[in-house]
Ligand binder design. Sequence first.
Ligand code: MN
Length: 705
Amino acid sequence: MIDVEDLIALVRNYNPRTNDDLIRRAYAYGRQMHDGQFRQSGEPYFTHPVAVAAILTEQRLDDASIVTALLHDTIEDTKSTYAEIERLFSSEVAELVDGVTKLTNLQLSSAEAKQAENFRKLFMAMSKDLRVILVKLADRLHNMRTLKSMKPEKQAQKARETMEIFAPLAGRMGMQWMREELEDLAFRVLNPEARNSIIRRFITLQRETGDVVHQITADIRLELDKAGIEADVYGRAKKPYSIWRKMQEKDLAFSRLSDIYGFRVICEEEADCYRILGVIHRRWRAVPGRFKDYISQPKSNGYRSIHTSVSGRDGKRVEVQIRTRQMHEVAEAGVAAHWAYRDGVRTKNPFAVDPTKWIASMTERMDEDDHDEFLENVKLEMYSDQVFCFTPKGDVVQLPRGATPLDFAYAIHTRIGNSCVSAKVDGIRVPLWTRLKNGQSVEIITAEGQLPQASWIDIVTTGRAKAAIRKSLREEDRGRFVKLGQELARAAFDHVGKKATDKALRTAAKQLGLADEQDLLARLGSAELTARRVVETLYPELTLATTEEVDAQRPVVGLGADQTFRRARCCQPVPGERIVGITYRGAGVVIHAIDCPALVEFEEQPARWVDLNWQPGRHKAVYTVSMELTISNDAGVLGHICTIIGEQKANISDLRFTDRKPDYYKLIIDVDLRDVEHLHMVMTALEAETDVAQIARHRDLSLKP
Ligand code: MN
């Protein structure tokens, strides 16, 4: 245990005018009060308040804070009272000790729903005197450092509370070192395996690449020397927890994570910060999007610094923070910088924020009657990676930064998200891809029968919204495919004078080894199965009974007996169109439409050309033609199109979407037809349809004949 004279020496180091008598009295009083009490570790209890006081000396805090640390558990755990402390010390100290006691007694449940409430309580305590929080944080830090002697459940609970409440709070107050240490201590308990594996990776990395920190520090120093700038350079590996968080946020493996080292350049003059930035950017390549100037735009807790990331020749990135010594003090002590002493006087650091003003800015809009609003404002300030928006009724919706009105809608209810048609932000209609900002009020406009669109996936950022949209799209697709399948089946059965009853379809499904008729229809609709195949399965005799139709084996005149033929895929000629054959080695003939641009390449080889004609007479509907359609994205349009094609006694053999936009779809439908007349009938029937914006034969010259 640190004895009282050592403690006084620690204080005197930064505050020669300390009231050592006051500290001596507090030390004696605390020791006497806690006499006979022991910590879990077996040590006398009073070692704890003394250790807390010592932590506060590192922050160079005033006497009242040090005394409060020494007495912080007396009202709670001993027979000491507020009145007694007020009498023996001062009402300032009594108030502070009382504040810490109240804070200790707060039920800081880690349940997520309660978190907001916890923050509110903390802020209420802070608003009286921020030093209460500084003592509490030091108390927590010491408890975390000595957590090992506690029971495992207790350790886990304290660690969670630290990770969720105290570490973010320290960060928010600008005490980065405190935040990092609290996080790391909690991480050790909450996920020791992850922490160990990161540490092991560091060891391996160091073996492979040597002491990178030292090398880079030296490199930066050299550059600064060349430029004649005086500054100190510090480098370090980032803490395991911050690496772990980055791995999770960016979903990257350790090996791919590059900025695991951080460097600080600390100079005297603000102007030097920018010169140093220039030197570093000239020497190394700046990583786009990583430059931040908190000097011209300081954070509300007084933090000032320039941040940039640069990459070396090996592509590895490092982060560099540049600031002056005064800025650095604020960056380390945060809001506590206000109380800090330097050379015996309260430092007049121009960058330290006045804690009263800082808290006032946090609680500015607090109304005695409206604690909820206060809470929301506090929450808005607490999280910088989140946005908080309001429903028209004033309920708060918490979203990750970058969220859109669609994320908002899905956060309220899947049904609201699915039926969202537009949104108003602060009363103004905005596109659904608008990024929401803190404090905005969002109204979602829904419409009955509206369904999520495929393009929404790229608009939303929350997993919840993405999952809901995917699910709906899958269901919608299946529904559409089943409907389409029904039309295809009906047309195909009609074609052979049969009815596509449920029973017939169920039988076909069974014979084809499918689950049921719904499954069969869905496969028909998604072109995994052709209607012809279904008909053939049920009525094999029908497909054999050919009438006086043209022999499908020899539909063209002019082929040699041993010549096989194939329709060119580029132009897909159908009976009724003028055609020409091109011979290929191996006796094959490919039939092109006479106007097919692909013929140009055979102009110099007249020997390969064969005159061909289609057989006169009625051909079977086996000639596949691809058609490109642009249709409006309305429920039922696709099914209707299939009906029309079926009514023309044509078969859809394949269907694929090439473009899905919120208001229209582009798709290619392969239709099996008899001849050019049949093709024109189908196209005319489709053209007559108002929902069909465009229809054309799809000729794809990229396809090899
Ligand atoms: Mn304590």
